[in-house]
Design a protein around this ligand. Sequence first.
Ligand code: UTP
Length: 502
Amino acid sequence: MLSLEEVKQSLESAGQSHVLQFLPELCEEDRDSFLQELSQLDLKGLKDHCEGAAKAAASPSASLDQHLEPVPPQVIGSVKKSDRNSLTAWENEGLLKISENRVGVLLLAGGQGTRLGVQYPKGMYNVGLPSNKTLYQIQAERIYKIQELADAKHGSKCTVPWYIMTSEFTLAPTEKFFKKNNCFGLKPSDIIMFEQRMIPAVTFDGKVILQGKGKIAMAPDGNGGLYQALVDNKVLEDMKKRGVEYLHVYCVDNILVKMADPVFIGFCVSKGADCGAKVVEKAYPAEPVGVVCRVQGISQVVEYSEMQQETAELRGPGGELVYSAGNICNHFFTRAFLQDVAENFQGQLKQHVAIKKVPFVDTYGNQVKPTKPNGIKMEKFVFDVFPFSRKFVAFEVLREDEFSPLKNADGAATDSPTTARNSLMAQHCRWVLAAGAKLLDEHGNVLPPKAGISAADNSPAQCEISPLVSYFGEGLEPLLRGRTLPTPFILDEKLAKELQAL
Ligand code: UTP
């Protein structure tokens, strides 16, 4: 720990003396823990961080329009446009790699989930499915199932390790939640949690924000903090030791995420890619999602705010959007690429500005909960490594099958617990109907054959299939063909066994 004098000097030379303003008012214990916190800060980099944040927030993001071009078709694979044989070949390739213990999944779960507004990690959220499963449980069960599918195909006993990046906010509750739930049936040694760094939030004039008299307002450094966290926590070494060569990286909030998706992994591997992104067709030009495209010939994600409206609205000869490859935070990386980024490109990652409401103590020592944004949080994004890739590919998947994020609290029009729940149940209705069964609604009427077909179906039948029974709709026909099923219908392992025995 640094001495008070050392901390004082560093803060002074960074123009941040106000940080110690309330020190004389603190009891000895609080003083010590504040000094401890300050000692762990990158005090040398503090001046640059604060000035950089204020400057970046004041300058509008440059429009990139004149340098943009869409990703060329030969770099994009597509579920919709590929024939059955290609999809099966990619899936087989992916399952083979999984069966050889060469695939890991990496969850980005360090975010604060401020829009959802709960005080616990988003992965612990229950969107109100008939089973009441949380996002973490659904994901754990998908890992379990994909291991089983790879084992069944290749007669092996494989493991897909689950790396989970957390932050100061999410690590302890996530660990506790997993322990309480016996890691949802996975082996605890195959779940590797690690923590990303935190950095100070800053005012518009470049001053570190005090959240309390003896506490700085810290925020996780964005999901692109992953690359630093991999180094800090020696995660790449762990991957190497286990023989993991391919990683599927994803966000905690997409209820439809296909963990370690063998089709995506197989596609990326067979193209020799070191970096890949799943994309969905943008729903409408103004949809606020990043677009995978090229800037001066280099593949990257361009944020909605970095593109002018005319560009976002451009259409091709068939009426399709030119910039339609919506990024859904579902990435493929080789371990070698991650190693390369960690060793050589770490310092070159872009910093993005997020303007937020950050609670603070004012100069009189009053605690203030701002009603307007008052602070800058600097964040790195996980996709900002795409430009360092030697061979980048994109893979377009169907939104209704693979993308429904939980961002907002109920009441919002999009990306809420209700929309997440409905998209999962609509998908499961589709699976049941495709397996040759009929579903009855709550009045005993047969649901139309197209029930659940549309992702916009905002009142799908209560139908839920446990990932332990089916990963992505497979294996249901022998259980369900010809049956008429009242809803709510929950197909769990127990019922699956009973149906099998009939
Ligand atoms: P979002 O940008 O949606 O942020 O994160 P969030 O924290 O979930 O929600 P808001 O913006 O505060 O409402 C996308 C993904 O990146 C992870 C999140 O946990 C989520 O899986 N993330 C975000 C991190 O792992 N670390 C971060 O510092 C930020």
